[in-house]
Design a protein around this ligand. Structure first.
Ligand SMILES: NC(=O)C1=CN([C@@H]2O[C@H](COP(=O)(O)OP(=O)(O)OC[C@H]3O[C@@H](n4cnc5c(N)ncnc54)[C@H](O)[C@@H]3O)[C@@H](O)[C@H]2O)C=CC1
Ligand SMILES: O=C(CO)COP(=O)(O)O
Length: 383
């Protein structure tokens, strides 16, 4: 059972349909969601590419490297390091991708021959990033690797959800979006519990962009905090970060309201204001004077904002939108050693501008994607 404070009443489970779920990735988030799903009485198989972790997990019901203090339910079976066979996958109802974005394409490529395009398992993605080699979001990667039938029904779960709090059954709320309303509802039925409320939506591109971009702004607030700036600065960066995210998202074709959702401002606020966030921590340590190489070497876990800052920089250039905070983060991480203090000063010395402005031309990347998927663009487009 999860370890609650004795003063908190644990929320009880709501019985629901039982599924056979394959969780890909046994890091912080994969193992935390495997725990949640097993506690929701699903049959859970958790794949890891780390053979020693698999062996140790099945013997001791503990994860060798992540969430080390937590004892996992015995009904989770770890598998790996090889990906499961086609026959195994044919018996699976839900495949949950909980690996970093950089690993999604190659994993989908390997799984594709096992996926029946006419009757695929429900595919749910929780990664929050932009692929660096293509500057694509995961929905675009799915369309490339698996084709339109699978991309049209993929679902995306995102929102303010630190793994270490979910395993303690702290009340948590997330967004689940898909181009298919039916599949967003199916994914919700798999995850929803009184301690883990899921809200459905039909803007997966907005949900994905919000989840990926907030990591870059968390690096920015971490830098400011690390430098010694205080609450006014952090609140201002979060708010201007939200304006930037909404502007980029709208130009991409997302619904601007998505940035006011759990996946949007909810996760932005969480990640930009807590030292539990790896992305915030990267920024904080940069602000304190450490080098990026040293931070990455010792972090022990992925901070997607570091790679996403590159993809975002390219998208901002392609769409021609203003994103000064994202540009500053990119310059600090990759721009000829720009000093963090200089980056903050340059932001503060920009000329005054309108507070809320959305781009007039919206949706080119989304139009491209919807055309590829053979779907109408009208109700998805923000402007
Ligand atoms: N930790 C958290 O609280 C949350 C994490 N996320 C997102 O979930 C994704 C995974 O994050 P974490 O589990 O926290 O990361 P982690 O660093 O704790 O674990 C990553 C896992 O993925 C595996 N992995 C890494 N690269 C891989 C590849 N190329 N192919 C196959 N497996 C690979 C690792 O072996 C490890 O099992 C990220 O996109 C993150 O932004 C989303 C919400 C909350
Ligand atoms: O996305 C997260 C919580 O919702 C986790 O954030 P970090 O990856 O910065 O730890």
């Amino acid at each position: 059972m999860p370890s609650h404070s004795p003063y908190l009443t644990p929320l009880s489970r709501t019985p629901g349909p039982r599924s056979r779920v394959l969780v890909l990735g046994a890091g912080n988030f994969g193992s935390c969601l495997a725990d949640h799903l097993a506690d929701s009485e699903h049959d859970v198989f958790m794949w890891s590419r780390e053979g020693d972790l698999v062996e140790h997990f099945n013997k001791h019901h503990r994860n060798l490297r992540y969430l080390k203090d937590h004892e996992f339910p015995k009904r989770i079976q770890a598998i790996g390091p090889e990906l499961p066979s086609s026959t195994f996958i044919k018996g699976i109802d839900v495949v949950l991708f909980a690996i970093p974005t950089e690993g999604v394409r190659v994993t989908l490529d390997k799984l594709r021959p096992s996926l029946d395009a006419n009757n695929p398992p429900l595919l749910i993605f929780v990664n929050k990033g932009i692929e660096t080699s293509t500057n694509q979001l995961t929905l675009e990667i799915i369309a490339d690797t698996c084709g339109k039938d699978i991309a049209r029904v993929a679902a995306f779960l995102s929102g303010p959800s630190f793994a270490k709090e979910i395993v303690k059954r702290q009340p948590t709320m997330v967004s689940i979006a898909s181009l298919s309303d039916e599949h967003a509802e199916k994914a919700t039925a798999v995850f929803h519990q009184p301690w883990f409320r899921c809200y459905t939506g039909n803007d997966p591109i907005g949900v994905e962009l919000a989840g990926a971009l907030k990591n870059v702004y968390a690096i920015a607030t971490g830098i400011a905090d690390g430098l010694g700036y205080e609450n006014n600065t952090r609140a201002s960066l979060i708010t201007r970060g939200l304006a930037e995210m909404t502007r980029v998202g709208t130009a991409y074709g997302a619904n601007p309201l998505t940035f006011l959702s759990l996946a949007g401002v909810g996760d932005l606020f969480l990640t930009c204001s807590s030292s539990s966030s790896r992305n915030y921590t990267v920024g904080h340590r940069l602000g304190k004077g450490e080098t990026l190489e040293e931070i990455i070497r010792t972090l022990g876990s992925v901070a997607e904002g570091v790679t996403t800052a590159k993809g975002l920089h390219a998208i901002v250039a392609e769409l021609g939108v203003e994103a000064p905070i994202a540009t500053s983060v990119y310059d600090v991480l990759y721009g000829a050693g720009k000093n963090v203090d200089t980056a903050v000063r340059e932001l503060m010395e920009m000329p005054p501008s309108k507070e809320l402005d959305l781009p007039e031309q919206a949706g080119t990347p989304l139009r491209r994607l919807m055309k590829k998927l053979g779907l109408p663009v009208d109700r998805r487009l923000s402007a």
